[in-house]
Design a protein. Structure first.
Length: 134
């Protein structure tokens, strides 16, 4: 809990609350990369543990998904369920980004994921606009 609180306390000092969604995605990824550098295995256990920290890690991921989904709904006007799908993909994909990371092209990894999430959000928005109301 102390480790999580330490990292969460940084957010308010490192990015403006009114930053764009795209900036938040980039910041989130950089923040996770930095946390991995600083905490190593402890960070992995806090975010994806299958052992004694599993329940806390799962609750943290659910909270992250809910927060990203609300932001997608607010920014892009995406309905709740598709927003949750994309938010889940983003949160789960961060673990994949940590796995593919080699420490030499972090900015490229962040850019690839950010562009992918933004394109997916825009596609979901366009699909909703094109669909007639039920």
């Amino acid at each position: 809990d102390r480790e999580v609180a330490r990292h969460e306390s940084r957010v308010e000092h490192e990015i403006a609350r009114d930053a764009s969604f795209e900036d938040w995605v980039r910041y989130g990824l950089r923040h996770w990369f930095r946390r991995m550098d600083e905490s190593g295995e402890l960070f992995v256990r806090l975010t994806s543990d299958n052992g004694p920290l599993a329940a806390k890690a799962a609750a943290r991921r659910r909270d992250d998904v809910a927060n990203w989904a609300r932001a997608l709904q607010r920014v892009f006007g995406i309905s709740q369920r598709p927003a949750e799908h994309l938010a889940s993909f983003l949160v789960a994909g961060t673990s994949g980004a940590l796995a593919v990371r080699n420490g030499q092209d972090d900015d490229e990894v962040i850019e690839t994921i950010t562009l992918s999430v933004m394109a997916a959000a825009e596609a979901l928005k366009a699909r909703e606009v094109a669909r007639p109301p039920k």
